[in-house]
Design a protein around this ligand. Structure first.
Ligand SMILES: Nc1nc2c(ncn2[C@@H]2O[C@H](COP(=O)(O)OP(=O)(O)O)[C@@H](O)[C@H]2O)c(=O)[nH]1
Ligand SMILES: [Mg+2]
Length: 294
């Protein structure tokens, strides 16, 4: 007999990765009764620090994450990665043929990696993503890295799940002021100008800094240069992450009203859409259709 969500969550103290993988699969399918989910909403004893890594496709987010994982592991921290990106190489099959030599981390008992392909029907993060992150809290990971792709409006939602947001750009990202207009300033705790081994990186970083100063945000938002493939500049980023973890302020910030509402929105939308789908499946005839709005 396969394990139920309730049974798997009950033995979470074992911290089995196999159990966790099963939990995530069940959460992704949203199978289980509402009562089974309750434990996910209890305040965790030691919540994981959630780091959002966002930015346009190809900016080097996955490469950066692979390097961050190695760095954080060398500090003895346990790490989970959740890639909300269908094209992410963070699946064992894909990674083998990938230039990112990440296989070490796959055999590391302190690293758990999972990707989810789909976004919610409303365009936002899926309810599954919120629930999975809660499961990571229960499994007591020190740090969770969340990769989300793009810089559109829906991606801005990452700020509701992450405690600290790294916006990854590249020298070719273009007009820095334009980036600010896209709402990136609102979500970024740090801007990473990756591919700093390419021309124009310094100038782009300076332009970013200038526009931060204009907006009066230069003190709160940092700009770092990295070259993820060369493992350059990553340690400065790891330092920022460690200091965020030590400050513990993130635990309080989780109670922010907007964050709670964003999570509720994802969960309720899923609930309602499942109910609607049941109704839709019952429509068989033009007469059914005519009466569906009653
Ligand atoms: N030159 C250079 N290439 C990089 C760097 N970081 C990543 N890349 C390359 O950029 C491409 C996209 O990287 P990936 O991590 O998949 O980007 P993502 O789509 O943002 O996750 C890959 O070919 C990487 O090897 C870097 O710092 N410098
Ligand atoms: Mg990626």
């Amino acid at each position: 007999m396969s394990d139920t969500l309730a049974a798997l969550l009950k033995r979470r103290k074992n911290k089995s990765f196999q159990d966790l993988a099963k939990v995530l699969t069940l959460l992704e399918r949203k199978s289980g009764k509402a009562a089974d989910y309750r434990v996910l909403f209890e305040p965790p004893r030691a919540p994981s620090l959630r780091i959002g890594v966002t930015g346009p496709p190809g900016a080097g987010k996955s490469t950066l994450i692979a390097q961050l994982v190695k760095d954080l592991r060398s500090q003895g921290l346990t790490v989970a990665v959740l890639a909300v990106d269908p094209s992410s190489p963070f699946t064992q099959g894909a990674i083998l043929g990938d230039r990112i030599r990440f296989s070490d981390s796959f055999n590391d008992p302190g690293v758990f990696i999972r990707s989810i392909g789909s976004r919610g029907s409303s365009g936002g993060l899926t309810a599954a993503a919120y629930l999975m992150l809660r499961a990571f809290d229960l499994w007591n990971f020190d740090v969770v890295l969340i990769e989300t792709v793009g810089v559109g409006q829906t991606e801005l939602e990452v700020m509701y799940v992450a405690d600290f947001v790294i916006v990854t750009l590249v020298p070719e990202s273009g007009d820095a002021i334009q980036a600010m207009k896209a709402g990136l300033l609102e979500i970024a705790d740090v801007f990473v100008v990756n591919k700093a081994d390419r021309p124009g990186a310094d100038a782009f970083a300076r332009e970013l800094k200038d526009s931060l100063e204009l907006g009066g945000d230069a003190e709160n938002v940092k700009v770092l240069l990295t070259s993820a493939t060369k493992n350059d500049g990553i340690s400065a980023l790891t330092k920022l992450i460690s200091s965020e973890k030590d400050k513990k302020k993130f635990i309080l910030n989780r109670k922010d009203k907007r964050r709670l509402q964003a999570e509720a929105r994802a969960l309720l939308l899923l609930n309602e859409s499942q109910k609607l789908e049941k109704k839709i499946q019952k429509i068989r005839t033009p007469k059914d259709l005519a009466s569906c709005l009653k």
